[in-house]
Design a protein around this ligand. Structure first.
Ligand SMILES: Cc1cc2nc3c(=O)[nH]c(=O)nc-3n(C[C@H](O)[C@H](O)[C@H](O)COP(=O)(O)O)c2cc1C
Length: 256
């Protein structure tokens, strides 16, 4: 079985995991199954892989790190010696220590990391950055990478790649962004139900997100009437700060 284990608030990470998973499952003729780490509170200690399974573990990069809630949910899964391809998905600024952190967590959870990928998807706060990615060029690069990975799996080569990143990891305190609802809110509660950390009260979904909000933009992405928005002033500060370092197109990288 090939497992896709993801935490993807706005879908970019899932798109990368799907590309990697689809190419690999075809090449290995393996069935696929998904483990969605956005879901709150299931008993993840039940998630026990077999040694013969393969996992694609994909996470978004927040402030150069893996979102803490995603990391703690991944730690509850038992890899049981299965081989893993880890992918850190970022918005064309930088992935800093996130790929190394993800590889370290996967190994601590019992996976054997045989390949690591840094890939780019549209920036989930500043959408004009890396807009439309992954695109055709990304797709062909990722396809070539999966051929290499399939070859390594075929050879039963379980060596751990050298993954960039430093330890102690970069410190990320979160960003004081949060979201609010405009008067267009129709009280459907999608945002409250889909929030990975329960930061919007179900009984009052038109309220701003509370202190547990991780600014992941899930609520903005799932609102059917586009009534949910990130704080406008803070968004402008972020746009101003990161746009200059996001101009140059970054490409996916494979460490194998
Ligand atoms: C809170 C937050 C912090 C982010 N930090 C970074 C970052 O440090 N570097 C970067 O290149 N992109 C960053 N991004 C962009 C995301 O990594 C990127 O858009 C990713 O594809 C989002 O995954 P998703 O579409 O699965 O939610 C950040 C996004 C959010 C919401």
């Amino acid at each position: 079985m090939l497992y896709k284990i993801t935490f993807s608030p706005t879908g970019g990470t899932d798109r990368i995991a799907d590309l990697l998973g689809d190419y690999l499952s075809k090449s290995l003729k393996a069935k696929t199954s998904g483990i969605n780490l956005l879901v709150r509170d299931p008993d993840r200690r039940q998630s026990l892989l077999r040694e013969t399974d393969i996992a694609v573990i994909a996470m978004p990069v927040f402030g150069g790190r893996i979102p803490a809630v995603a990391a703690s949910r991944l730690r509850m899964i038992r890899g049981n010696g299965s081989r893993a391809i880890v992918a850190a998905v970022y918005g064309n600024r930088a992935y800093d220590d996130s790929l190394r952190e993800l590889a370290d967590i996967a190994e601590a959870s019992g996976f054997r990391v045989i390949a690591a990928i840094a890939a780019i998807a549209e920036h989930s706060i500043i959408h004009e950055i890396a807009q439309g990615r992954p695109d055709d060029e990304d797709r062909s690069q990722l396809a070539r990478m999966t051929e290499e990975i399939a070859g390594k799996l075929d050879r039963n080569d379980d060596s751990r790649p050298s993954v960039p990143g430093s330890w102690p990891y970069k410190v990320f305190h979160g960003i004081p962004l949060g979201t609010y609802a405009t008067d267009d809110c129709i009280f459907c509660t999608s945002c409250a139900l889909e929030c990975p950390v329960g930061a919007i009260p179900e009984e009052r979904p038109n309220q701003p997100s509370n202190g547990s909000c991780i600014s992941c933009m899930r609520c903005v992405a799932v609102c059917p009437v586009q009534a949910r928005r990130p704080d406008d002033a803070v968004t402008e500060v972020i746009r101003h700060k990161i746009s200059p370092v996001c101009v140059e197109r970054k490409e996916a990288e494979l460490f194998i």
